[in-house]
Design a protein around this ligand. Structure first.
Ligand code: NAP
Length: 269
């Protein structure tokens, strides 16, 4: 039996176990997916221990995504993003990846949105914002990052090819954009909040909200009202998991089974 898992703190409400276990059930893979919650100072010991115990792969979440970068051999994208959310113990040195980036691009792809030549605005410059900005630029979009703390957006934009950055006063760039990503936590657990004023939204946009609780955020509701294409945060969560499954197993992931398990558990939250 192979063991995969998630390391983070806290991990109690994670949706990754049912999503990955559904994939094992569907593909007949003899594997389990478990959660680990080490103390903040114990992450290096936890990664070493998992390797020594023969764990096949780990997802990594808050607060360890940056710490793990130093503990594994990161691929160039994870290194540029500055965070690892997936470890593959198959190689001699554990390899680190950032599948949040693929979660973003695969979400647009799945909804028929061509990112090549697109004008994209990413709101947020934290972990999700960094992954989105690099992923969209690598897919051929021109990227503008807008963040509450303008300096973080400017700093991120300087590292992303062709990108620009600024404060939330630059959100009017959305009027000329065709792709919008909310990579802030605004709207999470608070359905009345939105990171983007409705006046900037229009029917030519495809909008991905990284927030997945609730699934229908105020941003997505207001975007849908303009005729925009809307993509909820469960797609990004699903497709980062799909990417991790494929990295670990070398097989195509059973996307529909994983999606059904994820959405059924999200319904219970
Ligand atoms: P993070 O690193 O802590 O970054 C938080 C971001 O939100 C920062 O840009 C921060 O701006 C901004 N922000 C927070 N409160 C704000 C407010 N009141 N007004 C404006 N901006 C505000 O968090 P993260 O890991 O990037 O996660 C961000 C969101 O994405 C969370 O809701 C998370 O659940 C979601 N997420 C979803 C997926 C998925 O698969 N769907 C994956 C990763 C993350 P400052 O820099 O100014 O503080």
């Amino acid at each position: 039996m192979q063991v995969y898992g998630l390391v983070g703190n806290p991990v109690g409400h994670s949706l990754s176990p049912p999503m990955h276990e559904a994939a094992y059930g569907e593909t007949g893979l003899d594997a389990r997916y478990v959660t680990f919650e080490p103390a903040r100072d114990d992450i290096a010991a936890a990664v070493d221990g998992a390797d020594a115990l023969g764990v096949s792969g780990l997802n990594v979440t808050i607060p360890f995504k940056q710490d793990v970068l130093e503990l594994v051999d990161p691929d160039p994208l994870a290194e540029r993003i500055g965070a690892v959310n997936t470890i593959d113990f198959g190689a001699e040195t554990p390899a680190g990846y950032n599948t949040d980036a693929a979660g973003v691009t695969r979400s647009f792809d799945r909804h028929g949105v061509d990112l090549g030549g697109a004008a994209a605005v990413v709101v947020g410059a934290g972990g999700a914002g960094r992954a989105a900005a690099f992923a969209l630029a690598d897919a051929g979009a021109s990227v503008h990052v807008a963040n509450r703390t303008a300096e973080s957006a400017v700093e991120l934009a300087a590292a992303v090819p062709g990108a620009t950055g600024g404060g939330l006063d630059t959100l009017d760039r959305i009027r000329e954009a065709n792709v919008l990503v909310n990579a802030t936590s605004v709207g999470m657990e608070s359905p009345e909040e939105t990171p983007v004023s409705a006046e900037f939204l229009h029917g030519g946009l495809a909008v991905l909200d990284a927030v997945y609780t609730p699934l229908e955020t105020r941003l997505l509701r207001e975007a849908a009202a303009t005729g925009a294409t809307t993509i909820d945060g469960a797609w990004m969560l699903l497709l980062q998991g799909v990417e991790a499954f494929e990295l670990w197993t070398g097989r195509d992931a059973p996307v529909e089974a994983m999606n059904a398990a994820l959405r059924s558990h999200l319904g219970e939250h």
